[in-house]
Write a protein that binds this ligand. Structure first.
Ligand code: URA
Ligand code: SF4
Length: 208
């Protein structure tokens, strides 16, 4: 941002992290992908929203949650009166993993080793932003933050406290909502997603 004045001392740090991540080769995912999709949002955000990995759209735009899943996330947040611009958005894995089918690129789940390889970037983003709360969107985000053995469907919608006092909220991934075939199932999944995120709204309201 030419001309932008960093408001906090941490701001340049996030910038240099982003710059360094552009050249990351710590796992094989960088090679077929277009670019590293680093997190974005205010460095003083109170809440960090953690996704899985960039999708096809994000791989091309270079920005997290700019495709269909991001639009659904925006809609859910808007319904709760929350603007995405106040959150720091990022992903557990910063390169798009896909399988080619003709001209299409089909999303593939990242492997555990790739989530692990990418975790240092997330750890540094968390260090820079120091969020009071982290919302894990889906199982990969939950695994990256909390380790294996998280039971998403049992633990979703409830806050838990991490060792350092950070609060974590688990919910489903917006792409999972979109993958529901039947309209009724999709609507139910969406309502559940919004209900989980209502806990975020409550948290923010309780501590303005
Ligand atoms: N899904 C994610 O988990 N992250 C994105 O940025 C886009 C889709
Ligand atoms: Fe590096 Fe993460 Fe990309 Fe792998 S996915 S190359 S660890 S930035």
């Amino acid at each position: 941002h030419p001309g932008a004045v960093p408001q906090l001392q941490d701001a340049p740090d996030l910038c240099s992290l982003r710059e360094a991540a552009r050249g990351c080769r710590a796992c094989p995912l960088w090679e077929p992908a277009t670019q590293t999709v680093f997190g974005e949002g205010p460095v003083d955000a109170r809440v960090l929203l953690l996704g899985e990995q960039p999708g096809d759209t994000e791989d091309l735009t270079g920005r997290p949650f700019t495709g269909p899943a991001g639009q659904l996330l925006d809609r859910a947040l808007a319904e709760l009166g929350l603007e995405r611009g106040r959150f720091y958005l990022t992903n557990a894995v910063k390169h798009f993993r896909f399988e080619r089918r003709g001209k299409r690129r089909l999303h593939r789940n990242p492997e555990a080793t790739q989530v692990e390889a990418c975790r240092p970037w997330l750890a540094r983003e968390i260090e820079a932003v120091r969020p009071e709360a982290i919302v894990c969107l889906g199982a990969t985000a939950a695994m990256s933050l909390l380790g294996r053995g998280v039971r998403l469907m049992e633990e979703r919608g409830q806050w838990r406290k991490l060792h350092d006092g950070t609060r974590a909220l688990l919910t489903v991934h917006p792409a999972w909502v979109l993958r529901q075939q039947e309209a009724a199932a999709r609507e139910a999944a969406y309502r559940g997603f919004v209900a989980d995120l209502a806990a975020l709204r409550q948290h923010l309201d309780a501590r303005p």
